[in-house]
Design a protein around this ligand. Sequence first.
Ligand SMILES: Nc1ncnc2c1ncn2[C@@H]1O[C@H](COP(=O)(O)OP(=O)(O)OP(=O)(O)O)[C@@H](O)[C@H]1O
Ligand SMILES: [Mg+2]
Length: 282
Amino acid sequence: MSAAPLHLGFILEEEYRNSRMPTAVTRALEGWGHHITLLEPRRALGDIDRTVAHGGFDAVVLRTVSGGPGLSLLQAFAASGVKTINAADAVTRVRDKMVMAASARAHGIPFPETYFVTDARLMEQIPEKRFPLVVKPSVGGFGRAVRLVQTREELAALDPDGRAPSYLVAQPWVANSGYDIKLYDTGQHIHAVRRHSSLLGGLDGEREPVPVTDAMRELAHRIGGAFGLDIHGADVVEGEEGWVVVDVNDFPSFGTIAEAPREVAATVVELARGNTKRRKSP
Ligand SMILES: Nc1ncnc2c1ncn2[C@@H]1O[C@H](COP(=O)(O)OP(=O)(O)OP(=O)(O)O)[C@@H](O)[C@H]1O
Ligand SMILES: [Mg+2]
């Protein structure tokens, strides 16, 4: 390698210690001669002076877990002027599904109407014609507590569980075939996999790569631009009027895409060196 090796920090959430992502990315980077420091907020103190302000990182990377400690650390690095991947403010935009909905809709991305719900009983105020509803934690993930509510009568049976820090969001269910397309952007290429919806009992492992159409590619690029995310994934469903985005993730699993780790690693290098224009945060 001609350019000097980079010193990169990877904030590792406990949940991803044994996952392909981000481990395969750090392996690729080390294979190219770069230095990686793993920062594990559940195992070691985060030192504001030594690590955050003066750690000497060219960039710090996070694969976030909703509600995990990694995001605090990423934001601390960003506040200290350290480059973060993704940009910390872009990650914040997809953390809370209400903020996600507002960001998407403000940029003309097809995204369901979304109601912010602090107590399940408030959903009685949602017009009947909006049912069935998908109800989910405003800060959630892994398909946890995502429910389909067919009628107003079913609301009474719901646990009034909207409590800080995670409230609820409710969205009209976008009628679809029951299969999501997961769009992935490694920063190099767009990939797509098809997956049976977790809402209908689909399992995480069941993903098959599908060809990326021009419409999918264009939508993925628009999502990256709208949120300011350099690396991202989106869950999209095909409704009556075309693709609708129902979820955006800042650093997804990249499913079964074999080339994803090397592509993400290449994006990390380009961003850390400033060789590529960052997705502009809106
Ligand atoms: N408004 C909607 N209309 C139709 N289907 C939806 C809607 N919202 C969510 N879904 C379905 O439910 C799934 C899970 O919802 P969502 O992605 O918002 O939650 P999550 O906790 O991030 O889950 P996961 O980790 O499985 O992606 C989606 O992948 C999609 O199949
Ligand atoms: Mg999702």
